[in-house]
Design a protein around this ligand. Structure first.
Ligand SMILES: CC(C)(COP(=O)(O)OP(=O)(O)OC[C@H]1O[C@@H](n2cnc3c(N)ncnc32)[C@H](O)[C@@H]1OP(=O)(O)O)[C@@H](O)C(=O)NCCC(=O)NCCS
Length: 368
């Protein structure tokens, strides 16, 4: 067997889709990954796939989408990674590992600082990704009492409202950016809801001053057997609650609202409710360009810290962090933990004043 690993081209997409459907959709005949995740599988995104070919046949794949991201107000570039698959007869030979390395190198050259990858396979941990961030899940068992406000609510029209949604989305610190086209497509498809067989709900709350919040809800997934879930929102937390109150026919399991540790306003809007559970976010992160990321976030350090904070590459895998007179050499997994993990045990105390920064929330519209 002579297998070649390379970046995909648009002509490789049929082979990518075949493998992907066979691995991820064999139990759901008639459903196709490319229909659920149209941007990921679009020909224009082919260069964000790495593949292994045995002759003409695509035998192993990993795909990504590249996003402008905003971390605590600072612009950077991140990629979500998914659809990692190898045909059963080719597994256990290191193909997925090689493909992730290849994809990482392509994304590094494109200026991506950080990759997120769903799941927590040992393979991903060995590759250098680490759990980052924590989400507290609140379960509301009944619709919140709407307070008297001048909120008005209406369904989001994917075509006309993408601009308003984008504007609100900018206001969230833990966000990925999206092009208008991606937003429109994802608002109309709501891939996560398709996957979990829920009722797609997308609501916009407005006041006389303008848009106040939007909410994307995966309602009554799995035929109403599971709780409904807020998959994405941005804006005023009270307006979010107003939107939830307008959703009819809550399932018995209620409505789940994910709250990241830095979302203090949402937490207090939900009080006295307490989280049902806290858990790491359901994806891992790998910092693939430490100095680049530290440089993108430079202004943020200046606000948080009296001493100068800098980072320099030692090589592809290691970064030196300087803070005042101190310095540390870290590898990619350690840097991800120091930056994003609120409870990272190895982070030097001197760095606690500046790190962690908000974790990026890529569920919902960004689901790949
Ligand atoms: C997960 C998946 C993509 C891995 O693909 P793969 O090509 O077999 O991956 P690798 O060969 O790089 O790694 C698999 C294992 O083989 C081992 N391995 C790697 N190179 C090896 C080699 N040369 N010889 C023997 N074993 C090797 C790895 O250590 C790894 O061990 P682990 O499972 O204990 O972590 C594949 O099993 C798959 O398609 N699964 C179903 C889809 C899925 O779950 N995708 C992930 C969604 S989050």
């Amino acid at each position: 067997m002579s297998v070649v690993v390379r970046t995909a081209r648009p002509t490789d997409l049929p082979g990518i889709q075949r493998l992907s459907d066979q691995v991820f959709r064999s139990q759901r005949p008639g459903q196709h990954m490319a229909e659920e995740f149209p941007w990921m599988y679009d020909a224009s995104n082919a260069r964000h796939w790495a593949i292994a070919l045995d002759g003409d046949e695509v035998v192993s794949i990993a795909g990504a989408m590249v996003w402008p991201a905003l971390i605590a107000g600072a612009p950077t570039t991140a990629a979500t990674t998914g659809s990692v698959a190898t045909y059963p007869s080719y597994r256990g030979q290191g193909l997925a590992s090689q493909i992730l390395d290849h994809l990482e190198q392509d994304l590094f050259r494109e200026g991506v600082r950080l990759m997120q990858i769903s799941g927590d396979l040992p393979l991903y941990l060995r590759w250098g990704a680490r759990p980052v961030g924590e989400v507290a899940w609140y379960r509301l068992t009944s619709a919140p009492e709407p307070r008297p406000t001048d909120f008005r609510i209406r369904p989001i029209h994917p075509g006309n409202d993408a601009g308003l949604v984008a504007q609100l989305n900018q206001s969230r610190s833990t966000r990925f950016g999206r092009t208008r086209g991606q937003l429109q497509s994802m608002l109309s498809l709501q891939p996560l809801t398709i996957v979990e067989k829920g009722v797609p709900i997308a609501l916009l709350v407005e006041t006389s001053e303008g848009p106040a919040a939007y909410a994307i809800i995966n309602h009554r997934p799995f035929g109403g057997r599971a709780a409904s879930r807020v998959v994405e929102w941005a804006g005023d937390p009270q307006a979010l609650l107003f939107a939830l109150a307008s959703v009819p026919n809550w399932p018995e399991a209620g409505m789940l609202v994910p709250v990241l540790s830095e979302e203090i306003a949402l937490k207090s809007a939900l009080a006295p409710a307490v989280p049902l559970r806290r858990q790491p976010v359901s994806w891992l992160a790998k910092v693939i360009n430490g100095p680049g990321l530290v440089s993108d976030l430079h202004e943020l350090w200046r606000e948080r810290c009296a001493q100068e904070l800098n980072a320099h590459p030692v090589d592809r895998a290691r970064t030196v962090i300087h803070l005042g007179d101190s310095q540390w050499t870290v590898d990619a997994p350690e840097l991800a933990e120091w930056l994003f993990n609120p409870t990272a045990p190895s982070r030097p105390e001197a760095l606690n004043a500046v790190w962690p920064v908000p974790a990026l929330w890529s569920e919902g519209l960004n689901y790949v």
